[in-house]
Design a protein around this ligand. Sequence first.
Ligand code: SF4
Length: 170
Amino acid sequence: MDKAYTEEDLWIRGTEINYLFICPTKLWYFAHGITMEQESEWVDLGRFLHEKSYFGEEKGINIGPISIDFIKKNEIVEVHEVKKSKSMEKAHEMQALYYLYYLKKLGINAKAILNYPKLRETKEVTLEDREKEVKDAIEEVERIKSLPVPPDPVNSKKCRKCAYYEICWV
Ligand code: SF4
């Protein structure tokens, strides 16, 4: 991540990382500007991240379908994400890791807590020993984006609720 990312770049990249672990076909459509989901609710995450003073207090924000709270505890920023279910756990975890990776580049130590209130469970995610996973994910995102056509769709349970269902299967 050598170039300076804008707020929109950051949001897009976080979403792309998420989609990589949901469905590469979905990632390709999204990356090529075919957006069928409601993305208007996104906020300038990057702006929050750049304004380090923001971390002085608890604050909740929404980024597309993801709700995140930033809480500063001593010198550690906690990125809290509240999830309805674990069905997309890997995607959520990798997106959280990407944000931790980005925060680290800004000199901010952070960890992420995935909260599953319905299950009464939490999961702590830290970047320790996992930077390579993030770098590999970024490379894979770039590889898929560069494909001239979308990867072949794979029918799965995820398709039923996917906004791209009609493109893939109708
Ligand atoms: S409908 Fe299925 S295969 Fe197509 S983009 Fe969505 S999840 Fe992927």
